[in-house]
Structure formats: structure tokens, C-alpha cells
Write a protein that binds this ligand. Structure first.
Ligand SMILES: Nc1ncnc2c1ncn2[C@@H]1O[C@H](COP(=O)(O)OP(=O)(O)O)[C@@H](O)[C@H]1O
Ligand SMILES: [Mg+2]
Length: 332
């Protein structure tokens, strides 16, 4: 979309004053959307528009309607935990985009950068766990939210297929297990799931974590969000074995804070689904459609692959058991 189109869209959303000459700066980093930082007079905001084809090596096309669900997720969560989302400023469905508040990286650094730099604060991880538990808890048992986010098809196209099913094609020996994991996840429709709870989509603000990028929003299995985020902490421990201990402390803090914060479902069933999903997601980050970019050596990738396959064969009952095994194996 060109600048004239963006300007027209901003005007339709009521975000431009007659004398504004907005300036647009594309933000890099995203694979699934165009994102711009907009300066209009003294105001700053952020505009996001979904791309029909993701910028990854594999050919991966998904409907742009997901942009609408991301805006709906922001709106829903603003009613639960307003400090955990950028404020939604406007939506232009015709153009397939929305505008939200701009959060300055100086005051809202992305969690991913902090982790990769070795600045690992378990308290931040606990805050992520608490916020997620709150969002899940407040949306559990809410039929109107379930209807609004009945995005099973999108969630399959964006998460279950590219992660678990694509990985099953690459690993015939564990294919059946991966397909079963995808089917179990799809069946549990309990809460409003974010779908991409990754440190790159979380900013650490002065009032706690802020979640971005909810285009995979789905009324479904809370285990997916928790497993998805824990997965990143395990992968970063492979990238930074020197920081394994604090990363696994963050893993425990996230997990404990989340489970302490939920009231909507028996924690045992949930913890078990998280523990079963995690190895599938680990393997998916090596051989699925969205491999993690910072595991650069074949030895690192082989470590994740072999340990994940072992865990798929002998599924642990609790996420703590996975962390313990990870730490033991990394220390060898
Ligand atoms: N409201 C915002 N304020 C500041 N930075 C943002 C905002 N929204 C997105 N970003 C930055 O842009 C990056 C990409 O945005 P994101 O919504 O995650 O898009 P994608 O779906 O392409 O990953 C984020 O990781 C973040 O660094
Ligand atoms: Mg993102």
C-alpha cells in the first residue's frame, strides 16, 4: 500500500487533522504484516496491515482477515487488562488495517532483545505468566467471546499446520504423535488464546508486559499459549548455554505464575497438555515452516531435534520435567 492510500485510510479512521502531513517509517522485523510508525504533528502511532503471503522461505499464504481478529483481540483485552495492550486507535476493514498507540522502545524494550542480550529477569517472566493467566481466566466460559473468535480454520492455517503438521511431514517416525497433538489442541475450546506469545511480540513496559501481534487469536486451548512461550525460553538456553540457569529460572517463573493465576480448569490436565505440546513445538522450530533464526550451528539444531524427539516418544507429565531434562542434557 502506498503513502497516499495510507493517508486516506488514516483520514477515514479520523486520525488525521486537516493540516497534518503524516510521515511514515516502515518497521522491519515482521514477517506477516506491513507495519509503519506514523508521525503526525506531535502524535505518534502505529499502523498494521496483514500481508497475503508471509515473508518466510516456505510458501505460506493466509487470509488477510486475521488483521480483523488482531484488532478484536486488542479490543477484548483492553477491557480486561488495558495496560497489557497498545490502545487500539482505529480500524479500517476495507483497507485491512488498524492503528494502535506507538510504544517507544526506549520505555518498552522488546523482551526478545533483553533475553538475547543475556538480561534475563525472572520477575518479567512471572509478570507475563500472570497477565496471560488473567486474559485466559477472564475469557473462559464466555460464549460471546467464543463466537467472536471462532477462528478454528485460521488457527489451523497459521499454527497447527505450519508448526505441527509440517513437522510431521519432515519426521515420519513421530508424525502420528504430532498429528494427535494438533487434533487434541484443536478440540480444547476454553479461553481466548493469543496464539503467538513469543518474546519478540512482548514489550516490557513500565506497567508490565505489553502483548503485540495477536493475529492468531482463537478461542481455544490455553495450553498452546503457555507452551509456545516456554518453548522460546528453552530454545534461547541452547543459543546461550552460558545463560541457561537464568533462562530456566524464567521458564519456571512463567510457568508457576501462570498456573498459580488460573482458576478455570483443572491445572493438572492443562500442565500435561503443555508438557506434551512443548516437544512438538520444539521440533517445529527446527523443521517446521518457521524455524528459529538464532540457532546457527548444526550441533545446536541437532540437540533440539534429538531431545524433542526423545520427549515425543516419552511424554513427561509436567513442564518442570522438560526443564530438568533440558538442563541436564545441555550440561553434558
Ligand atoms: N504498537 C507498537 N509500538 C511499538 N512497536 C511496535 C508496535 N507494534 C509493533 N511494533 C514493533 O514491530 C514489530 C512487528 O510487529 P508485529 O505486530 O509483531 O508484526 P508481525 O506480525 O509482522 O510480526 C514488533 O515486534 C515490534 O517490535
Ligand atoms: Mg511479531
Amino acid at each position: 500500500m502506498d503513502e497516499a492510500g495510507l493517508r486516506r485510510s488514516l483520514a477515514r479512521m479520523g486520525l488525521l487533522r486537516p493540516d497534518d502531513t503524516p510521515r511514515f517509517r516502515p518497521l522491519g522485523g515482521g514477517v506477516s504484516s506491513d507495519i509503519w510508525r506514523v508521525e503526525a504533528g506531535a502524535r505518534r502511532f502505529c499502523v498494521k496491515r496483514a500481508l497475503p503471503r508471509l515473508r518466510v522461505a516456505a510458501d505460506w499464504r493466509v487470509p488477510v482477515a486475521r488483521n480483523r481478529y488482531e484488532a478484536a483481540w486488542l479490543r477484548t483485552v483492553a477491557g480486561i487488562l488495558p495496560e497489557a495492550v497498545p490502545e487500539l486507535l482505529g480500524e479500517d476493514r476495507e483497507a485491512g488495517l488498524f492503528a494502535m498507540a506507538w510504544l517507544d522502545p526506549g520505555t518498552h524494550p522488546p523482551w526478545k532483545g533483553e533475553l538475547l542480550a543475556g538480561r534475563i529477569d525472572p520477575a518479567a517472566a512471572a509478570a507475563v505468566g500472570r497477565a496471560l493467566a488473567r486474559i485466559h481466566g477472564e475469557t473462559a466460559g464466555r460464549p460471546e467471546i467464543a463466537r467472536r473468535f471462532a477462528t478454528d480454520g485460521l488457527f489451523h492455517a497459521l499454527r497447527l499446520e505450519p508448526y505441527l503438521e509440517a513437522t510431521a511431514r519432515a519426521h515420519p517416525r513421530v508424525a502420528e504423535r504430532l498429528h494427535r497433538l494438533a487434533a487434541t489442541t484443536a478440540r480444547h475450546r476454553f479461553v481466548l488464546v493469543h496464539g503467538d506469545v513469543s518474546p519478540k511480540n512482548i514489550l516490557l513496559g513500565p506497567r508490565g508486559p505489553v502483548f503485540l501481534d495477536a493475529e492468531c487469536a482463537w478461542y481455544g486451548d490455553p495450553a498452546f499459549d503457555l507452551a509456545f512461550c516456554l518453548n522460546h525460553l528453552l530454545l534461547k538456553a541452547v543459543h546461550r548455554p552460558d545463560r541457561c540457569e537464568p533462562l530456566l529460572a524464567a521458564y519456571a517463573a512463567l510457568h508457576d505464575a501462570y498456573l498459580a493465576g488460573i482458576r478455570f480448569a483443572p491445572a493438572t490436565g492443562l500442565a500435561e497438555r503443555v508438557a506434551r505440546l512443548l516437544p512438538g513445538l520444539l521440533l517445529a522450530r527446527i523443521d517446521g515452516k518457521s524455524p528459529v533464526e538464532y540457532l546457527e550451528t548444526e550441533a545446536q539444531r541437532a540437540f533440539v531435534r534429538e531431545t524433542a524427539i526423545r520427549l515425543l516418544w516419552e511424554p513427561p507429565a509436567r513442564p518442570e520435567a522438560i526443564a530438568a531434562l533440558w538442563q541436564r542434557e545441555l550440561a553434558r
